[in-house]
Ligand binder design. Sequence first.
Ligand SMILES: Cc1cc2nc3c(=O)[nH]c(=O)nc-3n(C[C@H](O)[C@H](O)[C@H](O)COP(=O)(O)OP(=O)(O)OC[C@H]3O[C@@H](n4cnc5c(N)ncnc54)[C@H](O)[C@@H]3O)c2cc1C
Length: 279
Amino acid sequence: MIPVGFEYERPDSVAAALALLAEHGEGATILAGGHSLLPVMKLRLSAPEIVIDIGRLTELNYIRVDGDGADSHVAIGAGTRYRDLVISDVLAAECALLPAVARTVGDPQVRHRGTIGGGLAHGDPAADIPAAVLALDGEIVLRSPRGERIVPITEFYTGVFSSVKEPDELLVEVRVPRTGATGWAYEKFTRRSNDWAIVAVSVVTLPSGRRQLGLVNMGGTPLRALATEAALEQGKSIEEAAALAAEGTEPPADNAGTPEYRRHLVTVLAKRALKTASA
Ligand SMILES: Cc1cc2nc3c(=O)[nH]c(=O)nc-3n(C[C@H](O)[C@H](O)[C@H](O)COP(=O)(O)OP(=O)(O)OC[C@H]3O[C@@H](n4cnc5c(N)ncnc54)[C@H](O)[C@@H]3O)c2cc1C
């Protein structure tokens, strides 16, 4: 299919991108890697009047440790591509879950084009990175001409493909805690190696010692396995805790599996991931 006609702008700074967003309002759409937006436009599910291409803004491409002492965290620019997450020495040392998850996204072409900001903003419940950022208790930094606000990812998603991001806001940064090189695991179940997850589970150990689990494709938004986490806090075994991983979920039915199949699968993947993270 061919998209509906649209105007195209390629601003040379974040400030210029924000000015264009403010000028065009809901008629404008941000283009980052384009791997989710362009298919949606070709299917005519989205028909923006103007596409604002931020794909070459190097000021949105960084991975670094910000802040001091207990307040420090890893800051990742929204324009950072999955491939840059995979090869980052900073992430390997400071938050090794993220490169492991990014390594499973699509194929090399997708990982070289797709961005962490695009993946988070798009809000596909089958996407890998949002559930990992949820397990990490990450934060999303949104900027608009009105200023900047920091939204905990627990409050970011409102439904399938929807979030609290306003039309004039740009997702500029993702913040995650410094969880280190160990104590994590990612179990992604697919039919073929480059596929989207049928179900996936990330586990991470926070600096407090608490283990948190992010679930992919178990509802309309990324979800945490809260009952499993509570059981672990109470000292229950991995087997007992993992058996609760489907509690509170509403998995979809599609040609990859029924909700019942996904509810079973998530307990198996949670057990595997918890065992790997604890090894
Ligand atoms: C063949 C194929 C396989 C894939 N497999 C997987 C997979 O296994 N797992 C997975 O998680 N994903 C997968 N994807 C999706 C891929 O990861 C997406 O490209 C990515 O999630 C979206 O990032 P993007 O930079 O391409 O965003 P775009 O497509 O450019 O944008 C997506 C949406 O986010 C908005 N947006 C982008 N950046 C910003 C920003 N900074 N601020 C505000 N809004 C913004 C856009 O306006 C648009 O609505 C696959 C895609 C393809 C084509």
